[in-house]
Ligand binder design. Structure first.
Ligand SMILES: *[C@@H]1O[C@H](CO)[C@@H](O)[C@H](O)[C@H]1NC(C)=O
Ligand SMILES: *[C@@H]1O[C@H](CO)[C@@H](O)[C@H](O)[C@H]1NC(C)=O
Ligand SMILES: *[C@@H]1O[C@H](CO)[C@@H](O)[C@H](O)[C@H]1NC(C)=O
Ligand SMILES: *[C@@H]1O[C@H](CO)[C@@H](O)[C@H](O)[C@H]1NC(C)=O
Ligand SMILES: *[C@@H]1O[C@H](CO)[C@@H](O)[C@H](O)[C@H]1NC(C)=O
Ligand SMILES: *[C@@H]1O[C@H](CO)[C@@H](O)[C@H](O)[C@H]1NC(C)=O
Length: 492
């Protein structure tokens, strides 16, 4: 699959120029590697399970709140992660976990199908592993799925039964889920952990939601279950697994059970299953006004940065995220009215320059650089998209993150560099020729305060500080909170 991927052009705007026959070959090679993915919600590899000596506590009420003040703000220590993994996928996927796992800070386990070979030394920097209990007694009847779904569905129960203290949230994810934990905490801290919450997001591809349900929090994007809900869930989960034996995925089985309890999905827009194919550029460059919580399926989409591998791309994003977690991928738009330019910044990732005045409504709509997950079609998606024109005069100039610097501790300077495929033709219209001089954007921004996410969401504003006059090839821009009565409104 990876050799096929290399032949695909990295230019996010070139994918529609790939002839249908090449797309078909690409699809078939992926399909032959894993038919499961064709229908898949998530991509747990599929192996049989073995019993392992779990220490099962006899008492399930572990909320011995002795020294703990329950009204303290939720932090990373209050989360117990349960990651669905397998011995076979561990070596390929651990790079994704190592990106976000903080030894002795994040709590939780990766749950494996069997004990790793004794000649493997388990890295200290990775989450400890546990081996899931035997699931052979359960029913599974989804013809295109895998029994491993049962094992993964039971992770929340096996995690709960470990009886850890001071757990407010059980957060489930796959071994190829990348969590942005600061933002995960920001999101969970908004909710009262003493109530029953089920938080996550669903698939971007409508075909997936039709097959697997709109009301499931998709496991690859990760989801959170509050302690009191987990307590109710574990009581009925094993029965649900047999009742919902025809469901494909672990996340659907958990969801079936939550329907019995009567708790709906609370959607948070920062959880990303990434059920798309092709280039994720358009999706990432149009993040909703919500903190980025997770990314998934990064081995199944084009790398998010041109010229980098999938893992190096996400490493680059994680580096900039650490400088200002809350701002990562956040959108801002500004106009340069001297030249009738529109600029769209997706902080930490990309800048788009349009040599015309484009409406905010258009700018916030994702460019469709991708296809659907299952059938590789042009939509529909659970969000709006706008198509990418094959005409270079109708596309923006694109800049990708090049460098990031911290300025004075509470500000960042991110620098974005023009990117164009070698064979890509430039638009030769007059307004484009002026814009083509711009090779860089330098974007300054003060650090995004996490408490901003406790307020009503609003996209931040930006202003062009120095347009460069066509002499310099750098445009300086500042992202900041909007002033009163400030809007992205062109003078008509
Ligand atoms: C718990 O913390 C809150 C806020 O941090 C404080 O107002 C309250 O007095 C504390 N309660 C106890 C019992 O320490
Ligand atoms: C999280 O809050 C608890 C109190 O509920 C505190 O004991 C713990 O040290 C905090 N952890 C972090 C990483 O701040
Ligand atoms: C985690 O903490 C333990 C006990 O304090 C310590 O021995 C170990 O070196 C720590 N691990 C890392 C990776 O910091
Ligand atoms: C580990 O041991 C198994 C046999 O027990 C062997 O097949 C495998 O090659 C060994 N792996 C490594 C990394 O040494
Ligand atoms: C910008 O657009 C407006 C409205 O179309 C037009 O009147 C004006 O001349 C343009 N300015 C420049 C510098 O092109
Ligand atoms: C833009 O940022 C880079 C990186 O910090 C810096 O070297 C360069 O001087 C800046 N350009 C301008 C015009 O400020």
């Amino acid at each position: 699959m990876s050799s096929t991927r290399k032949t695909i052009n990295h230019d996010p705007f070139n994918f529609i120029l790939v002839p249908p026959t090449i797309k078909a070959i690409y699809f078939c090679s992926v399909a032959s590697v894993s038919l499961i993915l064709y229908f898949g919600l998530s991509n747990h590899p599929h192996y049989f399970t073995q019993h392992h000596n779990l220490v099962l506590p006899t008492i399930f009420n572990h909320r011995k709140i002795t020294t703990v003040n329950d009204s303290d703000k939720t932090n990373i220590s209050h989360i117990l992660f349960g990651i669905g993994g397998s011995v076979k996928s561990w070596n390929k996927r651990r790079h994704y976990i190592d990106l976000w796992w903080k030894p002795n800070v994040t709590r939780g386990f990766i749950w494996l199908d069997q004990k790793p070979s004794p000649n493997i030394t388990w890295p200290e920097t990775s989450p400890e592993y546990k081996v899931s209990a035997d699931t052979s007694r359960f029913k599974y009847s989804c013809w295109y799925g895998s029994r491993s779904a049962i094992r993964i569905a039971r992770i929340v129960k096996e995690s709960f039964e470990l009886g850890f203290e001071n757990v407010r949230w059980f957060v489930m994810g796959d071994d190829d889920t990348v969590f942005f934990t600061d933002n995960l905490v920001t999101v969970l801290a908004k909710y009262d952990h003493n109530q029953m919450y089920y938080i996550g997001g669903n698939s971007e591809s409508v075909e997936q939601d039709v097959i697997h349900s709109y009301t499931v929090a998709y496991g690859g994007g990760g989801f959170a279950i509050s302690y009191p809900l987990a307590a109710e869930l574990v009581r009925v989960l094993d029965g649900c697994i047999d009742r919902y034996d025809a469901f494909y995925g672990s996340d659907q089985k958990v969801r079936g059970c939550l329907s019995e309890i009567g708790v709906p999905l609370t959607k948070e827009l920062g959880f990303h299953q990434v059920d798309i194919r092709g280039s994720p550029y358009g999706l990432l460059a149009a993040h909703p006004v919500a903190p980025l919580v997770s990314l998934h399926h990064l081995d199944y989409v084009e790398p998010m940065f041109p010229g980098l591998t999938p893992i190096d791309s996400v490493k680059k994003l994680v580096r900039v995220y650490k400088m200002d977690p809350g701002r990562t991928l956040q959108h801002s738009f500004c106009y340069d009215l001297r030249r009738n330019w529109s600029v769209s910044v997706s902080w930490g990732y990309t800048v788009q320059l349009y040599p015309s005045l484009v409406t905010a409504k258009n700018l916030e709509t994702a460019l469709e650089t991708f296809q659907t997950w299952r059938s590789w079609e042009m939509g529909p998606y659970t969000f709006n998209t706008r198509s990418v024109s094959p005409d270079p005069c109708k596309r923006p100039l694109v800049y990708f993150l090049d460098r990031v610097e911290s300025v004075g501790g509470d500000e960042t300077l991110t620098m974005y560099k023009r990117y164009a495929e070698k064979e890509e033709k430039d638009c030769l219209q007059r307004d484009y020729i002026a814009a083509l001089k711009v090779q860089f954007f330098n974007v300054s921004a003060s650090n995004f305060k996490p408490n901003l996410w406790e307020k009503a969401p609003r996209r931040q504003c930006c202003e062009i500080i120095d347009g460069g006059d066509g002499v310099q090839n750098v445009v300086l821009l500042k992202v900041r909170g909007c002033n009163r009565f400030e809007s992205v409104t062109p003078p008509i």
